[in-house]
Ligand binder design. Sequence first.
Ligand code: PLP
Length: 365
Amino acid sequence: MREVGCSEEELFSFLSRARAKDIGYRNILSSMCTPPHPVALRAHAMFLETNLGDPGLFPGTAALEDLLIRRLGALMHHTLADGYATSGGTESNIQALRIAKKRKPTGFPNVIIPESGHFSFMKASDILGIEIRTVPLDAEFRMDAGAIEELVDRDTVALIGVAGTTEYGVVDPIAPLSDMALDRDIFLHVDAAFGGMVVPFLDRPVPFDFRLPGVDSISIDPHKMGMSTIPAGCLLVRDPEYLSCLNVDTPYLTVKQECTLAGTRPGASVAAAVAVLEYLGMDGMRAVVAGCMENTRRLIEGMETLGYPRAVTPDVNVATFSCDHTPAGWQVSRTRAGHMRIVCMPHVNRDLVEAFLEDMGDMDA
Ligand code: PLP
């Protein structure tokens, strides 16, 4: 650290130089995040110093977290769902597996995960000492539900399905998973970190949430399609008991126990998440998602016209292509199988899609 601090002017010119090196969202087609909605920014600023790790000191902010859980629980068709605001999908997935492991003590726990599962499950497996058993995908990159049975045994503590896969934007067949979870009495976690704020707003939503009786917990991230500020994830559970099993005593706080992974937790991004939901409502979210899906379809059509076929028709706003090159100035990503991957987030508007297609066309010329 410096012996003597610098001037404010020097400091902010240093910070501005660092910030200027960031790639602007305008050219980012690879991210599942997006610039926060203006009401999220305003709410975030209002709650900047709040700490949900000690909720008795911030009862107003804590009530907003409760409201967030109620709103998202209702969106997931379970008004009595419990949960809390996490730092994102990774924390939610780790916590879901902690619950599953505690609910079924066994010497060599394993979890059944589709090959498309997010890498956060690797972290969870490492931390919790749970073996990962991967289920192959079908031709459309969805979990092959028929292949699960032979992987399950008496040490299986959880089944995982993904609603809106990170790489290909498809929804796993959660209904058969739910049946199997009920039949075999196995905990079922749905990773809807991305799709949880997309699928409910589609014209024909595929079932993936608490409406399916075997679903025990869901990850859903306001800091992705919920246009909140970062960090804002959510873990929802069907039964409040599931969270209680994670409780530890917190002697010197305003609450006597907590179930969260983090201690100090931001209230600002939670207020931001609530702000977007309240401001847009179901109608507003439907419009945002409809726009993203429309742009996804236009991108697919445009790329195919240029000779780059889609890898799959996605369920949510993630488009993937057989295309090896990327025009200069654009940030796209690649799936593990090498497909070009573009996430049509709210900032990836129609003009941006057209500009990208034009640059793709110019590359061929
Ligand atoms: N689950 C899915 C399906 C994701 O797409 C992601 C991130 O893209 C995560 C979990 C991890 O979320 P986070 O990066 O917020 O921890």
